[in-house]
Design a protein around this ligand. Structure first.
Ligand code: F6R
Length: 606
């Protein structure tokens, strides 16, 4: 969704702001703009479309050493140049870039119009620019505080004042904001990827916190004007992690990173001797872990589907009732929170508004929440009582791949730890630990089959509609398969439990509707093969994602074979081919794979 960048220092700001905006493109946006403090005041340039359109439109002389930039994903007001950020006060002095939503913007706007203010956009953000400009406060920090006192909603703001070009004032409430500390220069960003090329020394603002940023440093303070001493921390992200590194698309790069990233994620977390997992970040003793009677996974979209894999892992390994629910539904239904249920919030970005809200709801009612989160220091990671960092590295492609695999691994570790303080035997624990240790190499084996998968994907790309089917362990894999396929190919793809086919969807099967069937070699293979037979009898083409032990004759058509893992872990490996199927089908169709239409990487609005 929307992205913020800011720069103040000794260099020309415009190219640095533009570069930061290019880095934020992956988040999804529909317009972009920058404001630079030049000796002649604030100079603003905005365009709808891509950052490259903004780059082409920039005036040649836009020289200034401080400025802010933004990529906008429309919420209040249509996609127009006027509605793009920065939003500027009537006198042109104050420039504001904003992520989030101001809830009382309409009321404030009417009041300001009553006082004679003229508005040039439909945005909620412009209201804030006007409020700051109208403040009697002596300095920009106080003027921003004045304005914050009048608004309600969620925000990350970066504000410049042409009258005081030596500083940028930023504020956070519900939307991420990071400062980057350089050598006599400072950076502001809503996302690490926009500043890691310049510095890895960062300060993450908390909700309710502001910062006054100058070329020489920063001061953080609260809404009550108390200093909040913050020390910069080093982040473990290399500039190459956010580069294509020779790949054509981030999605393929991230798919191919999985063998090494999975190995890194598991390193030091498995105790092969006792067949358990070492998870210090849970902040729970074995006795406390034993005290839980149920487990509930909360996440959105694909993270929710992996939550279903996680719930099955917990049921199988720990024999505890477990389920998964979309956090976006959970938060709206006044859920009953039980103190002996362990809640697990799962999120790549750690900023998904629905998931963060669900976490708060659980905590408000006395529940205990763990986080399975990729982005270190993100909102959800900080608000949970403990958790497991996914360590997948930055994920840039909008369609999630490696982070989901890491979520599966994280759930397997959690299930193992829960199982081993209950009834899971040491030998079964050792079996699962060995299975997990083998997974990174097995992912590599699946990826080696890419050419054959690409060929199958090209065939699927021709279909207007597809089914993905699976049963029990295979069903979340089918859901993820359909999700990935529709996200990047814009083809209709629907997931069904294989067991449900005959209860309705079979009516749609004919030679034009292919089905991708997840057929693990397990206790349900025969049932899955029976479903394939029913589809075949109605001339429906079937692609099977299966194991070597499943007879070729039984799956009929094209098949993608993945190495057999421990049966509880099979879903993690079976998901890898559906990533490649979606990627290659989208390539066949010539689509914008890393930035699918209408989607944003991190959904920070409700
Ligand atoms: C699918 C996808 C989304 C996310 C969902 C949750 O490819 O990326 O469905 O899984 O929006 O996002 P996070 O994991 O950041 O909370």
């Amino acid at each position: 969704m929307c992205g913020i960048v800011g720069y103040i220092g000794g260099q020309n700001a415009a190219p640095i702001l533009l570069e930061g905006l290019f880095r934020l493109e992956y988040r999804g946006y529909d317009s972009a703009g920058i404001a630079v403090m030049t000796p002649r005041g604030s100079q603003v340039c905005k365009r709808i479309g891509r950052v490259r359109d903004l780059e082409a439109a920039l005036p040649r002389r836009m020289a200034g050493k401080a400025g802010v930039g933004h990529t906008r994903w429309a919420t209040h007001g249509a996609v127009t140049q006027e509605n793009a950020h920065p939003q500027v006060s009537e006198d042109g002095r104050i420039s504001v870039v904003h992520n989030g939503i101001i809830d009382n913007a309409m009321d404030l706007r009417e009041v300001l119009i009553g006082k004679g203010e003229m508005f040039s956009s439909e945005t909620d953000t412009e209201v804030v620019a006007h409020l700051i400009a109208r403040s009697d406060a002596a300095c920009l920090e106080d003027a921003v505080l004045d304005a914050l006192g009048q608004i309600s909603g969620t925000y990350a703001f970066a504000v410049t004042d042409a009258g005081h070009p030596d500083r940028i004032v930023v504020a956070r409430n519900g939307s991420p904001l990071i400062l980057g500390v350089g050598e006599r220069e400072m950076f502001v960003a809503s996302d690490l990827s926009a500043l890691v090329r310049h510095t890895t020394s960062v300060v993450r603002l908390d909700d309710g916190e502001l910062a006054s940023v100058t070329a020489g440093g920063f001061r953080t303070f609260s809404r009550e004007q108390e200093n909040t001493a913050k020390t910069p921390v080093r982040v473990d992200v290399e500039a190459e992690d956010v580069d294509l590194a020779g790949y054509r698309h981030f999605m393929r790069k991230e798919i191919f990173e999985q063998p090494s990233s999975a190995e890194r994620m598991l390193r030091g977390r498995l105790d092969e001797r006792y067949g358990t997992a070492r998870l210090d970040g849970l902040n729970l003793s074995p006795r406390e872990l034993r005290g839980f009677r149920r487990v509930k996974m909360l996440g959105c979209g694909s993270a929710y589907y992996v939550g279903q894999i996680g719930a099955q892992l917990v049921e199988e390994l720990a024999r505890m009732p477990a389920d998964a629910e979309p956090a976006s539904e959970f938060r709206y239904r006044n859920p009953v929170i039980e103190t002996d249920t362990l809640y697990v919030a799962v999120s790549q970005s750690g900023e998904t508004a629905d998931t963060a809200f669900a976490v708060r709801e659980v905590k408000r009612k006395g529940g205990q929440v763990l986080g399975l989160v990729n982005v270190v220091g993100s909102t959800i990671a900080r608000e949970c009582d403990g958790g497991i960092y996914l360590h997948a590295g930055p994920e840039i492609a909008v369609a999630s791949t490696k982070a989901l695999t890491h979520m599966g691994l994280g759930f397997a570790l959690l299930a193992l730890a829960l199982g081993r303080v209950r009834d899971l035997s040491i030998s079964d624990g050792q079996r699962i630990a060995a299975g997990l240790n083998a997974l990174p190499g097995q992912i590599g084996q699946v990826l080696a089959g890419e050419p054959a998968i690409a060929e199958i994907a090209a065939g699927l790309a021709a279909a207007r509609s597809l089914f993905f089917i699976g049963r029990v362990r295979g069903f979340p894999v089918a859901r993820e398969g359909a999700q990935k396929f529709k996200e990047v190919t814009y083809r209709h793809a629907e997931a069904y439990q294989a067991s449900e086919l005959k209860h309705g969807p079979l009516a749609l099967i004919d030679q034009t509707l292919p089905t991708v069937a997840i057929v693990p070699d397990d206790e349900l293979t025969d049932r899955n093969l029976a479903a394939i037979e029913q589809i075949g009898a109605r001339c429906g083409p079937v692609v099977a994602i299966t194991h070597p032990g499943v007879p070729e004759a039984a799956t009929g058509g094209p098949r993608i074979t993945v190495p057999k893992s421990e049966r509880e872990l099979d879903p993690i490996l079976l998901t890898i081919p559906v990533q490649l199927l979606a990627y290659h089908a989208a390539r066949t169709l010539g689509l914008d794979i890393d930035k699918p239409r209408n989607l944003a990487k991190s959904v920070t609005v409700e």
